[in-house]
Design a protein around this ligand. Structure first.
Ligand SMILES: Cc1ncc(COP(=O)(O)O)c(C=O)c1O
Length: 409
């Protein structure tokens, strides 16, 4: 059971006001707030350690290395991977780009890459570039009426034997549907394709074991899971990480090079970690993972599902609200206020102290499916409360065209 009142005390920012109201932060799919233990861990690095990682032969440097590698171990434990399969990147986007760049060397003209219309730009654009450069073809797995991935369509597309990559979000960031990744991986592997799993919206909200799912690669961001910004994780099966090339070269990732251009890279994961990393973020991320673990990922998932059902039950009674994903698997509520442009409605919500996101949420291909150019997205996490949902629903009920446009005058 989640003790949300106790949890809220861990997040200093939740005390702040917005537009004179108690802040209701419903933009957690964009980024989450940080608990005090994460802030303390970041400050600890700057006040007590300060040295670079993997560079020095002195005590401070050893201490940094030990904390840095401690986070790698914690991440591996968190997702059921091996330590040497965990690469630190600058975020999910960097991870997914590195995977596409690295794996592209195994692709050739005519190979097929499968994606779908619900994907975030960071999941699909790297593959679009690979397709253009290599002469590969991107095909889209169909979505059903609700916007869920059709497994029948996937099976159909896998039949031609040309599919080499299936790149999909574990949980989509607009509709909040969870894809059956274990089944998808089994089907893809049977057909000779690898699976890249975008975990940006699933890793913060549920227990995940990448070995059990059997995906080949995955990527996610620390900042969406109570960790610091500027840090992400690329997971890859070790043999694939060993065979692939990093897209960045430089200090820290090479074992040696000479004037003839001979270059020997370090073993994975280090060959992918060129340059000085965000060390304070890496150290802060361990505190975030310990914090999430202490609450319990299953408890977090159950609480967020309950909050979602509570919100949908109330919102579905409002005539002025269009809901696009009432059956989402994550606590992501995508909606519009009838007859009001999403950005105007978001400005009204802001005037009432509520932070929601408006726009296409980086999933531009989905606008056609939803038949709207922009939506509002309220995304909750384990520190949000039913009382906040009540106030949010009340503000939704007041979101008439007059009130929304009245904010501007
Ligand atoms: C599904 C999905 N994938 C990838 C990303 C990219 O994450 P980042 O901006 O942290 O690199 C996001 C961010 O919103 C996302 O929701």
């Amino acid at each position: 059971m989640i003790d949300v009142e106790k949890i809220r005390k861990d997040f200093p920012i939740l005390k702040r006001k917005m537009q004179g109201h108690d802040l209701i932060y419903f933009d957690n799919a964009a980024t989450t707030f940080k608990p005090q233990c994460v802030i303390d861990a970041v400050v600890h690095y700057y006040t007590e350690l300060g040295a670079n990682a993997h560079r020095g032969d002195y005590e401070l440097s050893y201490l940094v290395d030990s904390e840095y590698e401690g986070t790698r171990k914690a991440v591996a434990g968190f997702i059921g991977a091996d330590e040497k399969e965990i690469v630190f990147t600058s975020g999910a986007s960097a991870s997914l780009n590195q995977i596409a760049y690295g794996y592209s060397r195994f692709l050739k003209q005519g190979d097929v890459i499968l994606s779908c219309e619900a994907e975030h730009a960071s999941s699909i654009l790297p593959w679009m570039r690979v397709a253009e450069e290599k002469g590969c073809i991107i095909k889209y797995i169909e979505l059903d009426e609700e916007g869920r991935l059709s497994i029948d369509s996937l099976k159909q597309l896998l039949l031609d034997g040309k599919v080499k990559v299936v790149a999909l979000a574990h949980v989509t960031n607009v509709l909040g549907y969870e894809a059956p990744m274990k089944e998808i991986c089994a089907l893809a592997h049977q057909a000779g394709a690898i699976v890249v799993m975008d975990m940006a919206q699933s890793a913060p909200h549920m227990k995940i074991n990448v070995k059990d799912i059997d995906c080949d690669f995955a990527g996610f961001s620390a900042h969406k899971m109570c960790g610091p910004t500027g840090l992400g994780v690329m997971y890859g099966k070790y043999e694939l990480l060993s065979e692939m090339e990093p897209y960045m070269l430089g200090g820290g990732s090479n074992a040696r090079f000479d004037m003839c251009g001979n270059l020997l890279l370090k073993e994975a994961p280090y060959k992918y970690e060129t340059g000085t990393p965000p060390i304070e973020a890496v150290i802060g991320f361990k505190a975030a993972l310990q914090y999430l673990d202490q609450i319990g990922m299953d408890e977090i998932h159950a609480y967020e599902k309950e909050l979602h059902e509570y919100a949908i039950e109330k919102l579905s009674k409002l005539d002025n609200i269009t809901l696009y994903n009432p059956h989402a698997d994550a606590c992501i509520i995508t909606f519009n206020v009838k007859d009001v442009f999403a950005q105007d409605a978001a400005t009204f919500f802001n005037s009432q102290g509520v932070a929601v996101r408006a726009g296409h949420h980086c999933a531009k291909l989905l606008t056609q499916k939803l038949q709207t150019s922009a939506t509002l997205r309220a995304s909750c996490t384990f520190y949000n409360t039913k009382e906040e949902v009540d106030r949010f629903v009340d503000i939704c009920s007041q979101a008439s065209i007059e009130n929304c446009l009245g904010v501007f005058f």
